[in-house]
Write a protein that binds this ligand. Sequence first.
Ligand SMILES: [Zn+2]
Length: 70
Amino acid sequence: MMDGDTQLSSTPLGRPVQTACGGYVLLEERTSHTIFKGRQVYFCLPTCRESFLRDPNTSCMAGDLLSSDQ
Ligand SMILES: [Zn+2]
């Protein structure tokens, strides 16, 4: 089993999850996501994920993540 990094997500498939952009998408197996500072982060589009990974500190969503980080 290779579910080690999926245990952070308790959201079942088909349920809405907030994306890095502040929107919502229904969680699917193919939903773009990554782990940022130990948190599961979702993206509405693969391009959003690429943008975030390129520069997490200035992406449209990072402000919320960074500000809530202790
Ligand atoms: Zn987006």
